[in-house]
Design a protein around this ligand. Structure first.
Ligand SMILES: [Zn+2]
Length: 503
């Protein structure tokens, strides 16, 4: 049950999950063997189990959504369904849970912990449980204690999901063969904004690399896994904080303890590097205007940080649209903007016609109803059934709902009926856009867009823009209520003693 809950986004109902991904029972295996709509770690897990010898998968459910807190009644129904599935399966050798790790319900902040614990109670203490998690998960001791195998992705953008599914299956097989994995868990009072959690460069990347280096140096194979989770600040829970979980094979877990201690010390020493310094709106608009006028300037991608689809952004804030249009910027493409009614209006108008396009967006931080209107030409329409071409969703079937390309003059907008992450060129190309001619691409996603657009735009011209919204990484602006305090970067100048340093 895969959800990254943004406490500032709208609650998610059963309908939200069913609309996004809901694979019941044998549909999971069928999907793994054909469509691959499930997260890649599930595919990796199946593949590794296939390779390890005969096994019988008894899939119960894979469901997923984006957004806010899940309605507690649906959470409980899903948990009951999972427990019933475990009971119906009869004697089991092992259980695999593929969750995100930042699920909050409308009544429970530790959604994943409650879920994991319920699965543990259902199968008893002797059936090993493995889980894979997203490094934006917020870890509780209940989560760690309820499972035997704990594996988080080690990349952001998340491109190692498949490998982590393989790793979880391999470690699970070790446990089935009698190995015991001891987990050492420590959480730091650092709530990093998600823009500081990339794994190519920066403080989080260095922590992950150090963990991998120590594993490579560990000739006696005492360390089974190092999982470092930066967490998801916007979940706004008391269990938020940069988390380190080291799993050791050594009987006294001293090697795991020592490595977790070292990583925690490094994380704390680097705390000031986990702050965010994005490009201001004003500077971004100026650069877009310049790029539109001067073809010798490089093309750019702007990441609209306040409306990050992957973090619960509604994919329809109008700040960038309004500012770029009002400034007369040329050669701009916004991809995607969610507005089902506007797509319907474009369908009624028809391709080639002009209309007054009424964009209605997210009201967070606005007192004007967040409406924006402009004359627009309907350049193209599409049914929204797509297959990813490049980047992390390459080869995956995507559904944006019916789509329209609206041309407002200097600014063109890919309008979708569903919340669709603009992290693949196909959303634009399906509507006839030649991305090589676009001067400024605006995406409403933070993490996964660079591999989608780097054939058109150099990485140094991909800018993170400080826009208002429910996913702003300027954490001091957000109305947090439940974070543990003191916590960096909201509080500064406080001391922290690494609990693993104490005898
Ligand atoms: Zn993530």
């Amino acid at each position: 049950m895969f959800l990254e809950s943004n406490a500032f986004a709208k609650d998610v109902s059963e309908r939200g999950f069913r609309a996004f991904l809901y694979l019941d029972g044998d549909e999971v295996t069928a999907d793994v063997r054909s469509d691959h709509r499930v997260m890649s770690e599930v595919v990796g897990f199946y593949d590794a189990m296939d390779r390890s010898g005969p096994w019988e998968p008894v899939p119960i459910l894979v469901t997923m959504s984006g957004g806010g807190k899940v309605e507690h009644s649906f959470f409980e129904e899903t948990m009951a369904k999972a427990k019933q599935g475990l009971a119906d399966a009869g004697p089991l050798d092992a259980v695999y849970i593929s969750n995100h790790g930042a699920m909050v319900t409308t009544e429970e902040e530790d959604g994943d912990g409650v879920f994991f614990e319920a699965m543990r109670k259902a199968v008893g203490p002797d059936v090993p449980i493995a889980t894979t998690l997203d490094p934006h998960g917020n870890v509780s001791a209940r989560m760690v204690d309820s499972v035997d195998v704990f594996v988080a992705y080690r990349t952001d953008p998340h491109i190692d999901q498949y490998e982590r599914g393989v790793e979880a299956a391999d470690l699970l097989n070790e446990v089935l063969d009698g190995a015991q994995l001891h987990k050492v868990f420590v959480r730091l009072p650092i709530v990093p904004p998600n823009v500081s959690l990339f794994t190519d460069t920066g403080p989080f990347a260095e922590m992950v690399a150090l963990g991998e280096q120590r594993v490579a140096e560990d000739t006696s194979d005492e360390i089974a896994n190092v999982s470092i989770l930066g967490g998801f600040a916007f979940s706004d829970t008391s269990k938020n904080g940069l988390a380190i979980i080291v799993s050791g094979r050594d009987a006294d877990s001293s090697a795991a303890h020592e490595l977790a201690r070292e990583l925690a010390d490094v994380g704390w020493a680097n705390r000031e590097r986990f702050i965010c310094d994005p490009t201001s709106m004003d500077e971004a608009i100026d650069r877009a205007i310049a790029a539109g006028k001067d073809q010798s300037l490089p093309p750019m991608v702007f990441s609209d940080l306040g409306d990050n689809c992957g973090a619960g952004g509604p994919v329809n804030t109008i700040w960038m649209l309004e500012a770029l249009h009002d400034a007369g910027a040329q050669g701009v493409l916004i991809v995607n903007f969610r507005d089902r009614r506007l797509v319907e209006a474009a369908q009624v108008a028809g391709v080639g016609s002009t209309m007054t396009a009424h964009f209605s967006g997210d009201e967070w931080g606005r007192d004007d109803g967040a409406r924006f209107s402009a004359d627009a030409k309907v350049s193209a329409l599409h049914d929204g059934h797509l297959v990813g071409r490049r980047g992390i969703v390459a080869g995956k079937s995507l559904f944006a709902g019916p789509m329209a390309l609206l041309d407002l003059g200097g600014v063109r907008v890919v309008v979708t009926s569903r919340a669709a992450v603009g992290n693949d060129p196909i959303y634009s190309e399906a509507l006839g856009v030649d991305l090589a001619t676009v001067r400024t691409i605006v995406v409403k996603v933070r993490s996964s867009f660079p591999p989608a657009y780097d054939e058109f735009v150099d990485h140094e011209n991909m800018l993170f823009v400080d826009t208002p919204g429910r996913t702003s990484p300027m954490l001091h602006r957000m109305p947090f209520e439940n974070l543990p305090r003191p916590v960096y970067p909201l509080d500064e100048g406080f001391d922290w003693v690494n609990p693993l340093s104490q005898a």
